[in-house]
Design a binder for this molecule. Structure first.
Ligand SMILES: [Zn+2]
Length: 147
């Protein structure tokens, strides 16, 4: 696994390793690694359902995912042959009345029963977040145990 391994070794060498810190990295086939910067030990994150939890460790939150009402309105506008003015007004009204859901009963690994955001939408958002935060370093919340 030449390139990835080289990349990882370079990253490890270039960082001051502090005890208890972990770094997010890429692995193969859309999977990720969490690396203990103290020991260089890797943990593979490869299951979709693990993405929300791992992303949360690096700062993601299910609350970042909100129901996309624009698609619903656009579909309705198309089905019912609205004018552009009608569609724009509906979008503006929906925007004005929109209240973000805090998804109180899910950590992103189940559908939100309150607003209807699906587990698939949470996972996709978490995956996107992980992609955007490769190389981030945070305190280890317990991936590699304690002392
Ligand atoms: Zn919700």
């Amino acid at each position: 696994m030449g390139t990835y391994e080289n990349w990882r070794q370079k990253k490890l060498a270039s960082k001051k390793t502090k005890a208890g810190q972990i770094e997010l990295g890429y692995s193969n086939f859309g999977t990720y690694t969490v690396t203990d910067l103290d020991t260089g030990q890797d943990m593979l994150v490869q299951t979709d359902l693990d993405f929300p939890g791992t992303a949360s460790t690096f700062g993601w939150s299910p609350a970042m995912v909100q129901k996309d009402f624009t698609k619903e309105i656009e579909k309705k506008a198309f089905d019912e042959d609205w004018t552009a003015e009608q569609e724009n007004k509906a979008l503006a009204d929906a925007q004005a009345n929109f209240t973000p859901c805090r998804h109180p009963y899910t950590d992103g690994t189940t559908d939100c029963k309150v607003c209807g955001v699906t587990v698939g939408e949470f996972i996709e958002s978490a995956r996107q977040y992980l992609d955007d935060h490769i190389g981030d370093v945070v305190e280890d919340p317990g991936y590699f145990g304690g002392e």
